[in-house]
Design a protein around this ligand. Structure first.
Ligand code: DGL
Length: 257
């Protein structure tokens, strides 16, 4: 069984891609909606939350875990691999960086949470691929979690946040947060249609398909579980909008306060 987790509903962009490419995959998704966002927290706290999230997924039968959160992928992979040596972990940062390096003409932009950008992980992975401009956009996650993708105000904010990347004339932009694909069309229209967008959600799914990690389940054992640490009705409505169907959400107890 594949476990997938994020600080909230952003990791559902990975689930959506997984269900599009391999609809008969069994998985358990954990959204830590009670403690989102992670991106403004210290790495110590992010690591602690990540350990608790993984413990929960293991208790639900996960053996392979997709860390569908750039923030956790950027700050906690070593901690997770040491704490859970029998689990195969797949992060979202590496496949996105690889894809950007492949398609860029030498000017790469990265947007992500504060923790992801401050970790400098993308800058390190891409230092030989060209000039990197990295920009934290901490305001995007709350806007996305509010469902504000189509508002005029959102476009103005996105334009403001992306101005440094436009000035640097990036040719490739990594959406280094799994929430951001929800803003992909507004980001694309602000950056201009010539800029290539790398979406960490599709990059990770392409990687696991290539590695042959997806085994289709037979009808009687197909299990697709969605669990949130705080299944508030607004969050469930948004999750259903992104997934495109009604889903039943379980309450996940990850041992939080
Ligand atoms: N979706 C997450 C990421 O990829 C985290 C957003 C947050 O909790 O700040 O970084």
């Amino acid at each position: 069984m594949i476990g997938i987790f994020d600080s909230g509903i952003g990791g559902l962009t990975v689930v959506r891609e997984l269900m599009r490419v391999a609809p008969r995959t069994s998985f358990v998704y954990l959204g830590d909606t009670a403690r989102t966002p992670y991106g403004n927290k210290s790495s110590r706290t992010i690591r602690r939350y990540a350990i608790e999230d993984v413990r929960y997924l293991i208790s639900r039968g996960a053996e392979t875990i997709i860390v569908a959160c750039n923030t956790v992928s950027a700050t906690a992979m070593d901690t997770l691999r040491i704490a859970f040596p029998n689990i195969r972990f797949i992060d979202v940062v590496t496949p996105a960086a690889k894809e950007a390096a492949k398609i860029t003409h030498g000017r790469i932009g990265v947007v992500g949470t504060r923790a992801t950008i401050d970790s400098k992980i993308y800058q390190q992975l891409l230092e030989h691929a060209g000039i990197i401009t990295a920009q934290a956009c901490p305001i995007f996650v709350p806007l996305i979690e509010e469902g504000w993708s189509d508002r005029l105000e959102t476009k103005r904010i996105v334009r403001h946040e992306l101005a440094p990347l436009k000035r640097m004339r990036v040719d490739t932009l990594i959406l280094g947060c799994t929430h951001y694909p929800i803003f992909e069309s507004v980001i694309h229209s602000v950056m201009g249609k010539r800029v290539l967008i790398v979406n960490s959600a599709s990059a990770v799914v392409e990687q696991i398909v290539r590695q042959g990690l997806l085994v289709p389940a037979s009808t009687d054992i197909l299990t697709q579980i969605f669990a949130f640490t705080d299944p508030a009705s607004h969050t469930i409505r948004l999750a259903e909008r992104w997934i495109g169907r009604v889903i039943s959400i379980e309450l996940a107890d990850v041992g939080i306060v």
